[in-house]
Each structure stands twice: as C-alpha cells, then as structure tokens.
Design a protein around this ligand. Structure first.
Ligand SMILES: [Zn+2]
Length: 179
C-alpha cells in the first residue's frame, strides 16, 4: 500500500447509508506532499461516505490548525482552519475527474484515496492574509524582535527610493524612443 493509501476509504462491501471515516492529519500526512506551504499541522478530518440509491458522495469536515509563515513578521505560527466540502462520485469504466467536485471511480474499485483532496481543501481553507492573531487585549502576537528587525531594515535602507524598477525603466525606454 502506498503511503497515501493509508488515507483511503474502503468502499467495497458497504451497504446503503452513511459511513464514517475519521482521520487525524498530522506531520506524517503533510510529509506526503512536496509543497513547502505547509509542513506541520494537526487537523481532525471527519469523512462521511454517503451511499444511497442514485447518490454516492464524500463529505469532508476538516478542522484544526496548520503551520504557516506570517506575512507581517515572517515567523511561523499555527493558523486555524475549518472547512466543509463535498465530492460527488460517479461510477465509470476508468478513474477520472469530471469537475472540481465530481470524480469518477472505476466500478471495480475497492477504495478511494483521499489524501490529495484533503490537502487541497486545507490549502483552500487558509486565509488569504496570514498574520499572527491578536491576543485578548488586541495586541499583535507577532514576534517583536522580528518586527523590529524588519522595521529597521525598511527605514535604514538608503537605496529604498532610488532603487530602479526594471518595469519602469523599460517603460521610460519606450517613452524616450517615441519622442
Ligand atoms: Zn507575525
């Protein structure tokens, strides 16, 4: 069984109804992916396989926290994530993807690997702006020493304003030529 196979749900032999598959997504899970965006986390995944006449679906309920880099102080912190997603399943001759939320699995398939789906759902659930949360007094919980360093860098950089921007330089070149 592949490593991702340990995040598979066995669908053969299941009767009609709802079937629960709980997973705990920890370091081992995130190590499966070659994406530096998330290396650490602890996410509880409640996966429900719904099997009824005319409907096959996987319902995901993911909640927990994952480690990301703060946009402001560049230190790592644990950002909470929470998401609910559904994937509809169709049976076909060969596996494939119809849509973002509809997949085809082969009729004789015994299990569905869901690691990739869960990972994508977690990435989608991340806030657009990732910044250390404020504490209960409304103060930033960013790393103060890092903020100071970044601030000092911004103020003391003498090249800050004179730095040339290659896009602007190219534009200036065009303007010159058309004079
Ligand atoms: Zn921060």
């Amino acid at each position: 069984m592949s490593k991702r196979g340990s995040y598979a749900i066995r669908i053969s032999g299941l009767g009609d109804g709802d079937h629960d598959f709980p997973f705990e997504l920890d370091q081992q899970f995130f190590a499966l992916f070659e994406n530096p965006e998330i290396k650490k986390g602890m996410v509880q995944a409640k996966v429900l396989y719904e099997k009824r006449v005319g409907i096959l679906a996987l319902h995901f309920d993911l909640s927990g926290e994952v480690e990301v880099i703060c946009d402001r102080c560049l230190e790592l912190f644990m950002a909470p994530i929470e998401t609910v997603q559904t994937i509809f399943i169709k049976l076909g001759e060969a596996a494939g993807e119809v849509d973002d939320d509809v997949i085809i699995i082969a009729r004789d398939e015994h299990e569905i690997e869901i690691a990739q789906y869960m990972y994508e759902f977690i990435i989608l659930a991340l806030p657009y702006q990732r910044i250390h949360p404020e504490d209960k007094d409304g103060n930033s919980s960013c790393e103060p020493s890092m903020l100071k360093k970044l601030e000092a860098h911004t103020v003391n950089d003498p090249d800050q304003n004179s730095k040339s921007d290659p896009r602007w330089d190219a534009l200036k070149g065009i303007i010159e030529k058309n004079k």
